[in-house]
Ligand binder design. Structure first.
Ligand code: FAD
Ligand code: NAP
Length: 311
């Protein structure tokens, strides 16, 4: 029997793992389907985590987190969790390999997944010129022209990153206003390699075996034009990963908000006793590493209290 199961090994899950193991809980298992680290390992840089002296890549930033947890006894089970359900006092955790693990308490930290834009050609050219990771794929476009789609923090930050290796970056956004932080917008506007193309939508990705151009239309003037690019980076937000909470009857295990985020109180407790949620998937999350990490610590400390109370 697992004492505490943590689902998802991003900043929230790893922080929960650290606080739970250091808090004296034995048999704390982290279920993470891939390499621990979470979404931030796809980011070229992080500079807003307190104490980080210089810009560091997401991968390098997250590497010591897992090492630290494993040192205190966190067990990593590299498996995808399909479903968490309540079975009497305990929780059943159904894994992708069909195995069911039992746990006394669960912290769900499954974060989010990059969203697809749905533009024509996106699926056809996915991985062949269309990417959601500048850190992973930017190098392939050294000295070439690329386009970035989106107007949030991710799109603008990654557009700036791409200017380090690309010749030119077209930033395509459907509105004239950006969602990104004001300082990031300022950096974009001051970057001579970025051409802001707003208010524009992409109608189509044009190419044969790889991307050759994108067709864009100005929403105000209705004028269309082709922009020659070798790659398109899509950063249009992401969806909350709450599928592990969906039960066989298609109802969620605990209460969710209308936007699909998990309802929690200030202790990261969900509507189900012994079940906690932390990080980007919980309601009102500001979707930052520091906040996810704080959530994970709060959830773990309260899970410890729960486990003590049920002894
Ligand atoms: P996630 O990081 O999403 O981690 C969830 C983990 O759960 C993943 O590892 C996933 O593989 C795993 N998982 C999901 N479902 C399952 C399952 N069924 N079974 C097993 N494992 C599962 N924030 C900042 O503070 N500063 C930044 O500079 C910054 N830059 C960013 C750049 C990009 C490109 C992106 C996308 C986000 C950025 N963010 C940044 C936001 C930050 O990454 C997130 O707020 C943070 O990672 C959330 O952590 P989390 O642990 O809640 O979830
Ligand atoms: P986001 O803030 O949701 O922005 C998504 C952008 O894509 C929006 O500008 C949206 O346009 C556009 N968009 C959505 N669907 C589209 C479509 N089908 N076609 C064209 N454009 C579309 O997502 P994000 O940038 O990934 O950020 C997610 C969260 O992580 C945010 O809370 C963000 O602050 C955080 N984050 C923080 C940092 C940081 O702090 N340094 C870095 C990265 C991310 P509209 O604006 O018109 O809706």
């Amino acid at each position: 029997m697992i004492s505490l199961a943590i689902i998802g090994g991003g900043p929230a899950g790893l922080s929960a793992g650290l606080y739970a193991t250091r808090g004296g809980i034995k048999d704390v298992v982290l279920f993470e389907r891939g390499m621990p680290g979470g979404q931030i390992i796809n980011s070229s840089e992080i500079e807003n985590y307190p104490g980080v002296k210089e810009v560091v890549s997401g991968i390098d930033f997250m590497e010591p987190w897992q090492e630290q947890c494993f040192r205190f006894g966190l067990i990593h089970n590299m498996n995808e969790v399909i479903r968490v359900s309540k079975n009497g006092k305990y929780f059943d955790i159904l894994l992708a390999d069909g195995k069911i693990e039992q746990a006394k308490s669960v912290i769900v930290c499954t974060g989010g997944t990059p969203r697809r834009s749905g533009i024509k050609g996106e699926t056809e050219f996915w991985g062949k010129g269309v990417s959601v990771c500048a850190t992973c794929d930017g190098f392939f476009y050294k000295n070439k022209d690329v386009a970035v789609l989106g107007g949030g923090d991710t799109a603008l930050e990654e557009a700036i990153y791409l200017t380090r290796m690309c010749n030119k970056v077209y930033l395509i956004h459907r509105r004239n206003e950006f969602r990104a932080a004001p300082i990031t917008i300022e950096h974009v506007k001051n970057n001579p390699k970025i051409e802001v193309v707003t208010p524009n939508i992409i109608d189509e990705i044009i190419g044969s075996n790889s991307v050759n151009a994108i067709k864009v239309t100005n929403i105000d003037t209705k004028e269309s034009k082709d922009i020659k690019v070798d790659g398109l980076f899509v950063f249009v937000g992401y969806d909350v990963n709450t599928s592990v909470l969906m039960q066989e009857n298609n109802q969620p295990l605990c209460d969710l908000t209308s936007s699909g985020h998990v309802k929690v109180d200030l202790n990261m407790k969900t509507s189900i006793e012994g079940l906690f949620a932390a990080g980007d998937l919980r309601e009102s999350a500001l979707k930052q590493v520091v906040i996810a990490a704080g959530d994970g610590a709060v959830a773990a400390l309260n899970a410890i209290e729960y486990l003590e109370s049920t002894k």
